[in-house]
Design a protein around this ligand. Sequence first.
Ligand code: GLN
Length: 201
Amino acid sequence: MEAGVLALQGGFREHVTILRRLGANCREVKLPNDFDGLDCLVVPGGESTTIGKLAVEYGLIEPIVDFAGQNRPVWGTCAGAIFLSKLRGFNQPVLRLIDIEIKRNAFGRQVDSFEAEVMTTLPRTSGTWSSSGGGDTGVFPGVFIRAPRVVEAGPSVDVLGRLSTGEIVAARQKNLLVTVFHPELTDDHRFHEYFLGMMPD
Ligand code: GLN
């Protein structure tokens, strides 16, 4: 099993470190060739405009769309979530793979970055949790950095996490996962474990 992290810009190293710590082989993905033999892909946080432009420049749009079309797990965190969703109000390359409408930098007047509890309904996957939690539901430490906001989620999208306000901050549609916060910046690895568990057997 080989995991990949899109390594064009942003916080890819933290994802690589955690995925390796969880026992996955993990490579940085920068070029179309890097998809050979790959089983799942993380699109990290960072700056979605830059990630989108570089993905176009490096010829990665088609490989990523094909990869997701082959039912392989793809997870976008923050800017990565923007890249996988339908972006409102900005003209930049996004993939529109998941049926979520999203707005950039849209937590109103809230400070740019904040931490908040995310109520998760992460189902237990195979294996055991290596970190806190252990139940089928729980609280996850959400780190939000100029986070985007989910403004609409289609009927085939499953909600995996909400703020206490009810706001959707983690969701899945089939093989696609998005979190608008940064699980890679905490030592709670449940989302990474869950993502690795999305691999078809
Ligand atoms: N604000 C960034 C964007 O719009 C996302 C921030 C992040 O990934 N932490 O692309």
